[in-house]
Ligand binder design. Structure first.
Ligand SMILES: CC(C)(COP(=O)(O)OP(=O)(O)OC[C@H]1O[C@@H](n2cnc3c(N)ncnc32)[C@H](O)[C@@H]1OP(=O)(O)O)[C@@H](O)C(=O)NCCC(=O)NCCS
Length: 400
């Protein structure tokens, strides 16, 4: 359906115990549209038309108009959101998005760095919600796992609009949109670091949990500290070796493909068959590795023939905490503390050798490793811990 063709189509909502079920119209081509908006309940001919088709919904639902020609009734709990407009984000929306994202994720917002790439990502849809023309919420969905998973990312609502149901409406709206655009999508995944409520467990299955260790330091100071500890600038030097291993092995793409795709060796290392990289959970599939290969990441493993610990580290990127602030994201898999520590030091060494400025380093690791690793950061590296133990939770729900 073209944006201006004036045809009408329906998306009807009803509630179930596990959340919402949305029955869509035969015309599922709404992805071609660039903007949608919600209306108050009693205006316009669409509403009467809707009532004739679904009288039971009349009392319960407001309608959501899509480009004035499509209608979608909102769930009852979202009634307060009548008046939202939805649109596909463009490059021009960047400043408005940043304006409502101040202090988000404790200053570790990756969006300023990633936004341009997001706009060019063929499998990604970024949706904005506006109220009275002003951007008040964003959600991004990228389709991964050979087209079977919609991964929800970047969700944010402007501070003054939180707690009113905006995120819920946006999540449901995007889910419908993605189902229409990618009919093979079967599950929705997201990564959360807040405390899940009993209601969330009705909705989601837990795929895996990782502890989150957040530390900060000045790159130049850590570099000094590492050399005091005898860690040479040459990351291939023997200082990384222990009696039982030769030190971390840096994998290139060929080695990664071989290890992850042609052997079962990583099964016991990565949690629940999932490579989590900077909040994104990927199944071990060639298509996902191809996505990961487009990013600047260091892949380490302790031993290619018998891996126990593996880690992925982003190259440092700027975050909007202030001038000269960088973020280093390390995803650590495996349960051996010594090997994990060794890989952590390798990543720090590699990335602080030339960096100037402050670094927020966030490491995701097996929960029992959190405390000893936090102690190591404090006692040996003398870096400052930013927060106490929190968890990253990868959750999944079936797309109905
Ligand atoms: C988290 C945030 C988006 C919630 O927005 P909100 O409009 O106040 O949330 P709502 O009032 O719609 O109620 C919560 C709904 O959002 C969902 N939600 C809350 N936090 C969520 C999260 N981190 N990821 C996905 N969904 C989340 C809840 O499950 C709930 O869904 P339901 O309506 O199906 O039960 C908002 O507080 C925010 O922008 N916080 C700062 C950014 C942030 O932490 N984003 C989370 C990314 S991990």
């Amino acid at each position: 359906m073209r944006e201006d063709d004036g045809r009408e189509s329906m998306l009807l909502c009803s509630s179930t115990q596990s959340g919402s079920v949305i029955h869509s119209s035969p015309d599922r081509s709404i992805e071609q549209r660039r903007s949608w908006h919600t209306d108050s309940p009693s205006t316009g001919p669409d509403h009467r038309h809707q009532a004739q088709r679904t009288p039971g919904l009349l009392q319960r639902c407001f309608k959501m108009k899509i480009d004035t020609s499509l209608t979608m009734p909102l769930l009852p709990e979202a009634l307060s959101q009548a008046g939202l407009q939805f649109s596909v984000a463009t490059e021009e929306d960047f400043d408005d998005i940043m304006a409502m994202s101040k202090d988000i994720y404790g200053g570790l917002d990756y969006l300023p760095t990633r936004y341009t790439n997001w706009m060019q990502d063929a499998n990604r849809t970024v949706i904005l919600a506006r109220k009275e023309g002003k951007v008040i919420a964003l959600e991004s969905v990228v389709v991964i796992d050979d087209g079977e998973t919609m991964l929800v990312e970047g969700l944010r609502v402007a501070p003054q609009e939180r707690g009113k149901g905006v995120a819920g409406v946006l999540l449901r709206f995007c889910s419908e949109l993605i189902k229409a655009k990618y009919p093979d999508v079967k599950v929705c995944r997201l990564t959360r670091d807040d405390k899940l409520r009993p209601k969330d467990f009705e909705k989601y299955r837990i795929i895996t949990k990782q502890g989150i260790l957040l530390v900060r330091f000045r790159a130049e100071e850590l570099k000094l500290r590492l050399s005091e500890l005898g860690l040479s600038e040459d990351i291939h030097s023997s200082v990384w070796a222990t009696p039982s291993n030769v030190g971390p092995v840096h994998l290139n793409h060929t080695a990664i493909n071989q290890l992850y795709l042609t052997t079962d060796l990583m099964k016991g290392v990565i949690p629940n068959g999932t490579i989590i990289q900077d909040w994104q959970p990927f199944k071990v599939l060639r298509s996902n590795l191809d996505i990961l290969f487009k990013k600047d990441i260091d892949w380490l493993v302790d031993d290619v023939s018998n891996p126990t610990v593996a880690s992925l580290c982003t190259f440092p990127f700027r975050v909007p905490i202030g001038e000269d602030w960088y973020y280093l994201n390390i995803d650590m898999f495996g349960k051996d503390l010594n090997l994990a520590r060794q890989q952590f030091l390798y990543h720090l060494q590699r990335h602080t050798s030339t960096l100037k400025g402050y670094v927020m380093c966030q490491m995701f690791l097996d929960p029992p490793l959190w405390k000893p690793m936090a102690d190591f950061c404090h006692n040996a590296l003398k870096v400052e811990r930013v927060k106490e133990y929190t968890e990253q939770c990868v959750v999944e729900a079936d797309v109905i």
